[in-house]
Design a protein around this ligand. Structure first.
Ligand SMILES: C[S@@+](CC[C@H](N)C(=O)[O-])C[C@H]1O[C@@H](n2cnc3c(N)ncnc32)[C@H](O)[C@@H]1O
Length: 301
C-alpha cells in the first residue's frame, strides 16, 4: 500500500455546473440536485432554473416560479452545497450505510489522519470510504459484491472526483488480506472475528483494528476472539445522539431518536499475548476501573 498522498478536493466558491446542491424549502424538505446548464428543478412548489443558481453563492435564497402560469404563494428555497452527512443519507445505496454520528466517532476511534494506510471491508455503498478519504486516508477496500463495489466507487468519485487514493477490490476478506504494512483495518461485515488472524499479519505494530457491528452477540464473539490474539486494549462503545427541540421557551429533548445503530469495537496490534497472564503479574483490574476516558495520562521524560 504505497503512493503519494493526493488530497481529495471538494467544490468550493460560487456554485458551478456539475456541483450537487440541496434545495431546502420552508418545511425543511430537502432535494438533492446536480446543476446542469439549461436544466431546471421542478417540484410541487414550482420551478427553479439551474442557470439562476450557477454562479451564485452557496447559501443563497431563491423563489420558485409557478409552472405554466399557475398562481399561488411564492415558495422560497435555500440553496446549499450538501455536507458529507447530507450526502451519506441521500446518496444512492445498495447496502445499509453507517450513519454520520458513528462515522464521526470512527474517525477518532481509529485515529484516521492524512496519509494513514487503511484496509476497509466490506465497502458497501462507500459511506465510510468517503469519510476516510475526506480525512486524508489512503484506502484499499475489499467488497464481496461487484455491484456494491461499483456503487462505492461511483459515490466516492461523485464526492471527491477521481484523484483520490482509493482502490476497491472484489474479494472476500475472510480468505485473507494481501496488503502488508497496513495501519488500520476497518470492518463493517457480519463476522469480523474471522478477519482477526489476517489483520494480525497485515497490520503494522501498534496498528488499529476497528469493527462496526449491529448486535452485541456479534460484538461479544469478536471480543472473545480478540482476547486470544495479538491485539490488546480492546474497547467497545456505542454513540447515542439525542437532538433537542428548541423553540422559544419550549426547550426539551426531541421525542424521537435513533436509539441504536451499531457497536464500535477497537483494538491495538501489539507484539505479545498481552491478555495472557504470566506468573508474577500484578492482578488484573476489576470491572469498576475508570473508563479509558477518565484515566489520567501520565507523561514522563
Ligand atoms: C453494511 S455493508 C457496509 C456499508 C459500508 N460500511 C458503508 O458505510 O457504506 C456490508 C458490506 O460487507 C460486504 N461483505 C460481507 N461479507 C464480506 C466479506 N467476507 N468480504 C468482503 N465484503 C463483505 C457486503 O457485501 C456489504 O456490501
Amino acid at each position: 500500500m504505497t503512493g503519494g498522498f493526493v488530497g481529495a478536493a471538494r467544490p468550493r466558491g460560487p456554485l458551478a455546473e456539475g456541483d450537487r446542491v440541496l434545495l431546502i424549502d420552508r418545511k425543511d424538505r430537502r432535494y438533492l440536485v446536480r446543476l446542469v446548464a439549461g436544466g431546471s428543478f421542478q417540484s410541487h412548489a414550482g420551478v427553479i432554473d439551474h442557470d439562476e443558481l450557477i454562479g451564485s453563492d452557496d447559501g443563497g435564497e431563491f423563489v420558485a416560479r409557478q409552472r405554466d402560469g399557475r398562481s399561488g404563494p411564492a415558495r422560497r428555497f435555500l440553496v446549499l452545497r450538501p455536507t458529507l452527512s447530507d450526502l451519506v443519507v441521500k446518496m444512492p445505496r445498495g447496502a445499509q450505510v453507517i450513519y454520520p454520528k458513528d462515522l464521526g466517532a470512527i474517525l477518532m476511534a481509529a485515529d484516521i489522519h492524512p496519509g494513514v494506510r487503511v484496509l476497509e471491508a466490506g465497502v458497501g455503498s462507500g459511506a465510510l470510504s468517503m469519510t476516510l478519504l475526506g480525512a486524508g486516508a489512503h484506502v484499499v477496500g475489499y467488497e464481496l459484491r461487484a455491484d456494491f463495489a461499483a456503487r462505492a466507487r461511483a459515490n466516492v468519485a461523485d464526492l471527491l472526483g477521481s484523484e483520490t487514493s482509493y482502490r476497491v477490490e472484489e474479494r472476500d476478506i475472510y480468505d485473507g488480506i494481501e496488503e502488508t504494512g497496513v495501519e488500520r483495518v476497518l470492518l463493517d461485515l457480519p463476522e469480523p472475528w474471522r478477519v482477526v488472524p489476517h489483520a494480525e499479519t497485515a497490520l503494522v505494530p501498534g496498528g488499529i483494528l476497528l469493527a462496526y457491528l449491529p448486535t452485541i452477540n456479534q460484538t461479544a464473539e469478536l471480543r472473545q476472539r480478540l482476547d486470544s490474539s495479538g491485539f490488546a486494549l480492546a474497547e467497545t462503545f456505542e454513540i447515542l445522539r439525542r437532538t433537542w427541540h428548541i423553540e422559544g421557551r419550549s426547550v426539551r429533548p426531541d421525542h424521537r431518536m435513533v436509539a441504536h445503530t451499531g457497536f464500535i469495537t477497537t483494538a491495538r496490534r501489539v507484539s505479545s499475548r498481552w491478555h495472557e497472564p504470566l506468573e508474577g503479574d500484578e492482578p488484573t483490574p476489576e470491572s469498576d476501573e475508570p473508563s479509558v476516558d477518565d484515566r489520567p495520562l501520565t507523561e514522563s521524560g
